[in-house]
Design a protein around this ligand. Structure first.
Ligand code: NDP
Ligand code: MG
Length: 383
């Protein structure tokens, strides 16, 4: 097998560093071409020295000189700024771009990679939430595959391998329920960022951890599933499964239900997105049934965790509604982390802003850009 050329957008984050672990385990399989960071120059420099990619990008331009100087004696191109992200993904040597940036910022480079004909290993779910219709249409037009990295979507994908011709009746996305599973509004009113940042089963970046606590993450994943697998809204269900062992399920039209299971470890879905259709041998710890005598399932609570309901609402509405919700949520999560708003304000603000942002039924790229900008402005004006 020829080595696969890989670019990692967001290599210094939780998904990015785990992707590097996967790449390091198979030096004869992958050729790391590009790594990028927003502002964590020291880690980007360390990664570059270790992995010797063709190029690095630091989005924060004020850190350019620091990175450039540190890599002076290495044969590595150094670029800065967001525009550079869109250019480096076009390198001829790249076959697949793993998108592990956070939020709306992933949209433009992902589209650029698709236009350049690169397959996508998608961790950055917000890209599909914001502009799923456009992104999947461009991928189809370009013959580009989008492989899910998100564990639930990887599970669905793994259930579908060998079944792509069989109609899906329904998918069940599992949710751990996060740190506040079973809590009601009264108790949630006063929770702190520190409490919300303690996820029971997964260690992840701050934004997705808060999204998990507020169930926005599961809402974003419902939208992500619609676009990745071409599903109707009523075909996507959420079931709370606190052990995070069943990563998601697919129900076929004969009633058969397939699940993908395993210990919670993002390296597996990351690796499968990079190696599909092959499975490489790993030394990851194996699942032991006796450690999990009970796997349990509960109904989700979209009344208390409004964000989950909002995700279904914007799916129903279509157009730019999900883009507005995503933008509102990015800002409200940040405000919660800065202790400027309470936990329940996140969903309250998200709903208001989603309703107040001008709606466009059949958006193009510029409409998404404008919707994102306006929704952010509305949040900041309100707080
Ligand atoms: P982190 O915050 O840990 O890492 C984000 C990475 O992207 C860092 O390299 C960061 O650089 C860079 N980055 C952040 N914002 C920007 C920006 N505006 N422009 C350019 N680069 C940026 O996030 P995670 O790894 O947790 O999550 C990444 C994506 O994957 C998210 O969309 C998340 O929803 C999704 N995901 C994550 C999972 C997880 O287990 N962590 C599971 C499933 C999905 P720097 O370090 O310099 O700030
Ligand atoms: Mg997930």
């Amino acid at each position: 097998m020829q080595k696969k050329g890989v670019a990692i957008l967001g290599s210094t984050g939780s998904i990015g560093t785990q992707t590097l672990e996967v790449i390091r385990a198979y030096p004869d399989k992958f050729d790391l071409q590009v790594i990028t960071a927003q502002s964590n120059a020291p880690l980007l420099i360390e990664q570059a020295k270790l992995f010797q990619p063709n190029a690095v990008v630091i989005s924060d331009e004020s850190k350019y000189q620091e990175v450039k100087d540190a890599l002076f004696s290495e044969d590595i191109h150094v670029y800065a700024g967001n525009q550079a992200l869109c250019q480096v993904v076009e390198f001829n040597e790249i076959q697949i771009v793993l998108t592990a940036l956070v939020g709306y910022a992933g949209l433009r480079p992902t589209l650029a990679a698709i236009e350049a004909g690169k397959d996508i290993a998608l961790a950055n779910k917000e890209t599909l939430v914001v502009a799923g219709e456009l992104v999947t249409a461009r991928a189809r037009a370009k013959g580009v595959n989008i492989y899910p990295v998100d564990s639930e979507h990887s599970a669905i994908f793994q259930c579908l391998v060998g079944e792509f011709h069989n109609p899906v009746e329904k998918v069940y996305l599992t949710a751990s329920g996060g740190p506040f599973r079973g809590w009601k509004a009264d108790a949630l009113k006063s929770v702190t960022p520190a409490q919300a940042l303690k996820h029971p089963n997964w260690s992840m970046g701050a934004k997705i951890t808060i999204d998990s606590a507020s169930m926005m993450n599961k809402g974003l994943e419902v939208i992500e599933a619609k676009w990745l697998f071409g599903l109707k809204n009523e075909q996507i269900d959420v079931i709370v499964h606190p052990q995070s062992v069943v990563h998601s399920l697919v129900q076929f039209q004969d009633g058969s239900l397939k699940a993908q299971m395993g210990l919670p470890d993002m390296k597996l879905p990351i690796q499968f997105a990079l190696t599909y259709p092959e499975r490489f041998k790993t030394d990851f710890p194996r699942f032991n049934f006796l450690d999990y005598p009970q796997l349990t399932f509960e109904k989700a609570d979209p009344e208390t965790f409004r964000n989950l309901q909002l995700a279904y609402d914007v799916l129903e509405k279509g157009g730019t509604a999900a883009c507005a919700l995503n933008a509102a949520n990015e800002i409200s999560v940040q405000l919660f982390l800065e202790e400027k708003i309470g936990f329940l304000d996140i969903a309250r603000i998200n709903e208001q802003v989603m309703l107040q942002t001008p709606f466009i039924a059949a958006p193009g790229y510029e409409d998404y850009v404008e919707t994102d900008r306006i929704a952010r402005e509305i949040v900041l004006k309100q707080v």
